[in-house]
Design a protein around this ligand. Structure first.
Ligand code: PMT
Length: 401
């Protein structure tokens, strides 16, 4: 089966001698039925012409960030949203350096920075440039940010030297893209559910008990699942976050609402419970606002444990149930206890002992603990929540496929 047919690919061509090979990349992708829009960087136009690119791709070629005509037709954000995948071929040392610091001074780098899609880089440069420590360090950063790197290959270079730095041959690049979409299409048959954020437990109509969860980790997980092709439902307590339309967002306030929405959205193949759910609720919520002079004594009762309910009801139980455990001490030991008590397949032990990570931070530090002792637990040291989400979702994809 051809997995590239009808896929929308945004090809970014940078200025290097291998830019001529990108014409062959376009030809092969077209042959497989892809729809290709192209961005040429300023220096790419020294190597290939917009006319040859548009003739092959049969689409408009974009080249200037500040072009009113382009922005009116399709702005830099729409261009990245339009695509199913972004391919940068060739990727020069200069572009690698720019991306590693998040620079966005032209259309290509701006689209990449604004992108919510997977991005493949096919580096091409002289062997010394490739081996330079700065290139290596920049590339390591990009890998950590989730960029996927194709090549480069070893061989004779246009500059007359020999070594690693040749852009991977177009047919090999196409194979990588084909595999990517094959996995994407496989994941499309999977449904995922994520709980995120805090819950509110009302004392009276305007007062409630809650916690510091921002929802960031759960939203990143939903995004990462959706990027990998999962049909994703995100059940979120109150947050200030936004999420793209391809994710089914259900907003709730209380634990009871989160529980009902979870039940209504089963069955799924994988469920991730990252919400910081209130363990207790007010036994008798006051109908009217409590007056200052009133004596109040909060009478609490236990909330339903959503994760435990889902994982112990066989008819509803997803193939993969993943809990989170926010812990400040004896993190792995306490988390493993929760893994067993809550009948999860995996638990993500979340270190929240340090204020700069975990709750309401862009960073997190976790360990994936597996019930199956044959799989080695995996520590993910402090990273952006988006990177942690990508790692966890990569493991989910491995497990389900
Ligand atoms: O939202 P952020 O600011 O990005 O922060 C992310 C986070 C720190 C909140 C998140 O990564 C995290 O660790 N979530 C779990 C929070 C927690 O304290 O969990 P817990 O130990 O109370 O509960 C264990 C597991 O049971 C969790 O998967 C929880 O969602 C689930 N649970 C708990 C109670 C309950 N009534 N129902 C549940 O489903």
């Amino acid at each position: 089966m051809n997995n590239i047919n009808n896929k929308k690919i945004l090809l970014i061509i940078c200025g290097g001698i291998s830019a001529y090979k990108s014409l062959e990349v376009i030809r092969l992708l077209k042959k497989k039925g892809a729809i290709i829009k192209t961005i040429l960087t300023k220096s790419a136009k020294e190597f290939v012409t917009p006319l040859s690119v548009s003739s092959l791709s049969q689409e408009k070629v974009y080249d200037d960030l500040f072009n009113a005509e382009n922005e009116a037709e399709m702005d830099h954000i729409s261009l990245s949203r339009w695509s199913d995948l972004i391919l940068v071929a060739p990727t020069t040392a200069n572009t690698i350096s720019k991306l590693s610091v998040g620079s966005c001074d032209d259309l290509a780098s701006t689209v990449i920075l604004a992108s919510n899609k997977d991005i493949f880089l096919a580096p091409a440069m002289n062997v010394r440039m490739w081996e330079h420590t700065s290139t290596k360090e920049n590339l390591n950063k990009l890998k950590k940010y989730g960029y996927k790197i194709i090549g480069p290959d070893i061989g004779d270079m246009a500059c007359g030297e020999f070594g690693e730095g040749k852009m991977t041959e177009p047919n090999e690049i196409i194979k990588k893209i084909e595999t990517y979409f094959l996995n994407f299409n496989k994941n499309k048959k999977f449904k995922a559910l994520v709980t995120a954020g805090p819950t509110y437990e009302y004392i009276d109509p305007v007062r409630f008990i809650t916690n510091k969860s921002s929802g960031k980790q759960g939203y990143e997980l939903a995004k990462a699942l959706s990027i990998k092709g999962f049909e994703t439902t995100l059940i979120s307590g109150p947050t200030n976050l936004k999420i793209s339309n391809d994710i089914n967002l259900i907003q709730v306030e209380t634990t009871e609402e989160m529980f009902k929405s979870t039940q209504n959205n089963l069955p799924v193949d994988v469920a991730i419970f990252s919400a910081a759910v209130a363990d207790f609720k007010i036994k008798e919520k006051k109908k009217d606002k409590i007056k200052k002079k009133d004596f109040i004594n909060l009478n609490l009762e236990k909330n339903i444990d959503i994760l435990n309910y889902v994982s112990t009801h066989n008819s509803l139980r997803p193939k993969l149930v993943i809990g989170f455990a926010a812990e400040t001490n004896r993190i792995e030991e306490n988390s493993r206890k929760k893994l067993m008590e809550k009948n999860c397949d995996w638990i993500i032990a979340n270190d929240v002992s340090n204020k700069s990570i975990g709750f309401d931070s862009d960073f997190n530090e976790v360990t994936i603990l597996y019930k199956n002792k044959k799989i080695k637990d995996e520590k993910i040291y402090m990273k952006k929540k988006s990177e942690i989400a990508t790692k966890i979702v990569d493991r989910i994809v491995d497990q389900l496929n």
